[in-house]
Ligand binder design. Sequence first.
Ligand code: APR
Length: 230
Amino acid sequence: MARIVILTGAGISAESGIRTFRASDGLWEEHRIEDVATPEGFARNPALVHRFYNQRRAAATAAEPNAAHRALARLEAAGAHQVLIVTQNVDDLHERAGSQNLIHMHGTLNGALCAACGHRWSAPAEMNKTQFCPACGKPATRPDIVWFGEMPYRMEEIWTALRAADLFVSIGTSGNVYPAAGFVADAMHAGVPTLELNLEPSQGTRMFDEARHGPATQVVPAWVDEMLCA
Ligand code: APR
């Protein structure tokens, strides 16, 4: 049974109507990273940050998984391969498509985190700075999202799986943000074959053994069909 580690980014959810970050109509065209995606920005203006993530949470709730999400769930469910999805995305479209073995390395929109005691609980649809932590009672509620300058989640598990993989696949990510952007080099150094599935060449495209470019809803199901026929 081949062990496949699949990294996904905003591009896999683009055709579900969720905006990416660095496209011409991307989120970072309208919002300053410093204001909405750093602990310092949250300390300066928590209301602005909550408004940003409340809008994203509403957009994710209104969206539906697409053929690319469903194809990856199908690959896992077939049971012929050991599939681990490591997603940079904070939406829950992989779960709603049926994927089980999943790591949200940048957190989730559906999670709330207490900035005072570290307690986690399910996020309300609308989060604001007056909400109290159900554990310590402090008004220190923040989205359970990994911001710039913070360490992504479950990195030891991810690196261990990457080094032990038989194949590393990167889907819908531009390769701008580390440590995820470094996974292809980590895989390469561990002698793991690598494949890029993306709308266009990513920053690290030259490091991949193979790259296929096109919309995720086309290139991902086609690749999964190949894997299930192989
Ligand atoms: N199908 C496949 N790929 C697509 C599609 C599509 N329909 N639409 C866009 N893409 C590709 C783009 O070509 C681009 O390479 O998806 C990538 C999206 O890149 P970014 O917007 O940079 O998003 P991502 O790589 O996920 O960002 C990484 O940066 O902003 C932070 O924490 C945030 O997790 C995010 C991280």
